[in-house]
Design a protein around this ligand. Structure first.
Ligand code: C5P
Length: 246
């Protein structure tokens, strides 16, 4: 896969006008992430507008509910033609199995491509101490592996994980299990609130299939130039025919 198609631009803005302006400016990118705030504010019509600009959407709603409710939400997302969608692995095996089945069946019914289902394991905002508070195993990395294993068994396409976990996930679950990594920072960008960051080149070298990048691009004086700068760095360090391409 081309490197430019592996960068997901996070549209962490308030309005559809801002979002669409970014989509138009960042011409080289193919996938744009719409999260809880923007989707709640603007609804599915924004997804249709992004698609009309010939771009793909990553609907990052981190679904977590009873299996039937998640399956129905996934069906609705298929009808909106999203390319990727997130759900919480801690919702359990049945929830993930029903989501996978719903995505497949609805995509067949509508004759569209099945969206990629991506599991969120442990929120990066949770530290070991907070894990203990909610009664979960305090060793975050064990928990990430356990949940990723469940997700894979239930047909989920891959996981969202911090750049530090890319190698272990690929080693444990194989190259076909997709890894999508946020917490990406070019050397010239501010870290903001991200604690465990990695450069785009290193994350791709470690095996990430997709990188989610928000503020280093969208808060830049020129989002298009920031995207191009990242692409130049990736092309010179990794090359267009990276061995980890999927
Ligand atoms: O601006 P920045 O590059 O930090 O944005 C990263 C994006 O990835 C945000 O939309 C954030 O919500 C999302 N994300 C994250 N860490 C996770 C999961 C998602 O930063 N573990």
């Amino acid at each position: 896969m081309e490197l430019a198609k592996r960068i997901i631009v996070a549209l962490d803005v308030d309005t559809k006008e801002e979002a669409l302006s970014l989509v138009k400016q960042i011409d080289g990118a193919e996938i744009f992430k719409v999260g809880l705030k923007l989707f709640t504010a603007e609804g599915p019509s924004l997804l249709a507008k992004i698609h009309s600009l010939r771009k793909k959407t990553f609907l990052d709603l981190k679904l977590h509910d009873i299996p039937n409710t998640v399956a129905e939400a996934v069906k609705a997302a298929v009808r909106h033609n999203v390319h990727m969608i997130t759900l919480h692995a801690s919702g359990g095996r049945e929830m993930m199995a029903r989501a996978t089945e719903a995505a497949l069946k609805e995509a067949q019914k509508k004759d569209v491509k099945k969206p990629l289902l991506l599991a969120v394991t442990i929120l990066t905002s949770l530290k070991d101490e907070q894990m203990k508070e909610i009664g979960m195993e305090p060793h975050t990395s064990n928990q990430v592996l356990r949940l990723a294993g469940l997700a894979k068994r239930e047909g989920v396409d891959g996981i969202i994980c911090s750049p530090q976990e890319i190698e272990i996930i690929k080693k444990e679950f194989g190259v076909d299990f997709l890894v999508v990594a946020p917490g990406i920072r070019p050397s010239w960008a501010a870290a903001h609130d991200q604690k465990r960051i990695m450069t785009p080149s290193l994350a791709i070298q470690k095996g990430a299939d997709y990188l989610v990048i928000g503020r280093p691009i969208i808060k830049s004086a020129s989002p298009q130039n920031a995207f191009l700068r990242i692409m130049q760095e990736l092309n010179s360090s990794v090359g267009s025919d990276c061995k980890n391409s999927t």
